[in-house]
Design a protein around this ligand. Structure first.
Ligand code: AMP
Ligand code: MG
Length: 405
């Protein structure tokens, strides 16, 4: 059923990530209206439709004129507003009032700010000499028409959305969003708000995983609380395998009620690996059926969280062609010693404090994999590499911010 037995050497997190990413086939591109493009990933370079600025544009509220005519008192022959260019060019010895963003008239080579002149209505008094080019934003100074605004593989962040819009890109071509089916398994699971019978608990992973994967760009459907019996598993996982990605929670360990791996195998999915040398989250399975990727996360909520951040979110990003889909670790220092695991990398939940500009990470109390409330009090996931002894306070460590998690 599986290619890696329970006793075999576990894959490292890096090996697991590499293995997952090798299986990713980027999804097709589609034209996306700019109004819906936030958070999407560009499938192609997006070229500017217009020069930006589109015309020589005033950087200030002031007066357009010729630098050679300053200092001096000049007649004001027009008033230019944004979107309302002058009807004619500016002649030598003239000035035109101009607003920020107004088209600098032909014939003018500088704008003098309103604060530096006396506006007498019919005339303007310019007391000091002005240099040519002052306060004029040249045409194409930001980007020229035809040049790339953003390249393929870029995530459209708010500032990038603005850049596309400003450059006239109305329908950028983006990767299709991955369709993700989330199935949480466990006979004991009930929706928050429902009455709980003996032994039952509230289902939480489905909500968390949906939020995490939507954040990575997925379109998500959740089937929560699938009973631990084969028929229920077969129905839910069978449906889930129709998606681009199936993510299950629970039932992926070695107990008699852990049915996910066996069911996936019966449904024709090939298990690529099971078990990753990380804590929490070791019983993690990865299988494929045709183009569908199937991730089996353990049910303990913090294990599910860590596995998703390290291995599932990257796959969702890679499906959309994100250039660097791996988790983006930052560097910080440990605020307290941390014991290392001999065989597994540890990902500890920590509070992040900025001390003299340095990120200092204080692991929270309660590092067990069921303690989602303790994890929720953390701002960072700190990587404690496997090894002997402990990392001292002050040691440099990598961490993943948990603000979006
Ligand atoms: P499992 O991986 O199925 O053995 O589950 C491990 C632990 O996580 C058990 O205590 C489960 O009750 C709990 N658990 C499993 N799935 C969920 C879930 N979706 N939400 C909250 N807790 C869960
Ligand atoms: Mg279970």
């Amino acid at each position: 059923m599986c290619s890696v037995s329970a006793v075999a050497e576990l894959l490292t997190v890096e090996e697991a990530l590499r293995t997952v990413l090798e299986r990713v086939r980027p999804l097709d591109a589609e034209a996306v209206p700019i109004d819906d493009a936030a958070g999407r990933v560009l499938a192609e370079d997006a070229a500017a439709v217009v020069d930006l600025p589109r015309f020589p544009s005033s950087a200030m509220d002031g007066f357009a004129l010729r630098a050679a005519d300053t200092p001096g008192t000049l007649p004001v022959v027009a008033r230019v507003a944004a979107g309302r260019p002058a009807a004619r060019a500016l002649d030598a010895g003239e000035a035109m009032g101009i607003a920020t963003g107004g088209v600098v008239p032909d014939g003018a080579d500088a704008v003098v700010p309103i604060e530096l002149v006396t506006d007498a209505g019919e005339t303007v008094v310019v007391p000091n000499a002005v240099s040519g080019g002052d306060n004029i934003r040249p045409r194409g100074g930001d980007v020229r028409a035809g040049e790339p605004v953003l390249t393929a593989g870029t995530v459209v962040s708010p500032s990038r959305l603005a850049a596309l819009a400003a450059a006239g890109v109305a329908t950028p071509r983006c990767a299709r969003r991955p369709r993700v089916a989330i199935v949480t398994t466990g006979t004991e699971l009930r929706r928050p708000g429902e009455p709980l019978a003996d032994g039952e608990i509230y289902e939480s992973n489905g909500l968390m995983l949906a939020a995490l994967l939507r954040e990575a760009g997925a379109e998500v459907e959740v089937s929560a609380g699938v009973a631990d019996d084969e028929a229920a598993h077969e129905a839910a996982l069978g449906r889930g395998l129709e998606a681009d990605v199936l993510v299950t929670s629970g039932g992926v360990s070695v107990g008699p009620h852990d049915l996910v791996r066996g069911t996936l195998s019966r449904l024709g999915a090939e298990e690529i690996f099971w078990g990753v040398a990380m804590r929490p989250g070791k019983p993690f399975s990865f299988a494929v059926r045709d183009e569908t990727l199937a991730f089996g996360l353990p049910g303990n909520p913090v294990s599910s969280l860590v596995g998703t951040l390290l291995l599932v979110q990257p796959a969702i990003r890679a499906l959309q062609g994100v250039r660097d889909p791996a988790p983006r670790f930052a560097l910080g220092v440990l605020g307290a010693p941390a014991r290392r695991g001999p065989r597994r990398d540890d990902y500890q939940r920590a509070r992040l404090e900025l001390t003299d500009g340095a990120a200092v990470l204080h692991p929270v109390r309660g590092q067990e994999s069921h303690m989602i409330v303790r994890a929720a009090g953390a701002d960072a996931l700190v990587h404690i590499p496997r090894g002997d002894g402990e990392l001292e306070a002050g040691a440099t460590v990598r961490y993943l911010p948990l603000t979006g998690a």
